[in-house]
Design a protein around this ligand. Structure first.
Ligand code: ZN
Length: 129
């Protein structure tokens, strides 16, 4: 798969246009909308860091952590078109010292771990250069 084609899939309310992530919602959470019909839609691949922090402690399973645990940074990223914020890990090697609010990031694929010769891939936010 071409990384430029990679995007998260969210849901968009057919009546009011509100986006949701994760998708697969059963009813619209917009208080003034009573719809229960949604489209699966690709979300913007780029956004703006709204807030960030780092994870200094190993998350519980099913998270697969390196041994010894390697701390990682987390960013709350605002997608302008969707008017929503998505929480996700920052790319490997990016620390809280490398980012600030207002910084532009883009979606990127990263190998989360390898097991039995197979790579398990996840998405991360990569600061734009
Ligand atoms: Zn709605």
């Amino acid at each position: 798969m071409d990384e430029a084609d990679t995007h998260l899939i969210g849901s968009r309310c057919k009546r009011c246009g509100t986006y949701f992530f994760p998708g697969n919602v059963t009813f619209c959470r917009n208080p003034s909308c009573e719809s229960d019909e949604f489209d699966a839609v690709p979300l913007s691949r780029e956004g703006t860091i709204w807030s960030y922090t780092d994870a200094q402690y190993k998350p519980p399973e099913p998270y697969v952590a390196a041994d010894p645990f390697e701390p990682y940074a987390i960013a709350a990223v605002e997608l302008a078109k969707e008017r929503m914020i998505i929480l996700g890990q920052l790319a490997k090697g990016v620390t809280v010292d490398d980012v600030t609010t207002g910084m532009q990031v883009e979606l990127q694929l990263q190998t989360l771990f390898t097991k039995d010769g197979q790579d398990y891939v996840s998405w991360v936010w990569q600061p734009k250069r």
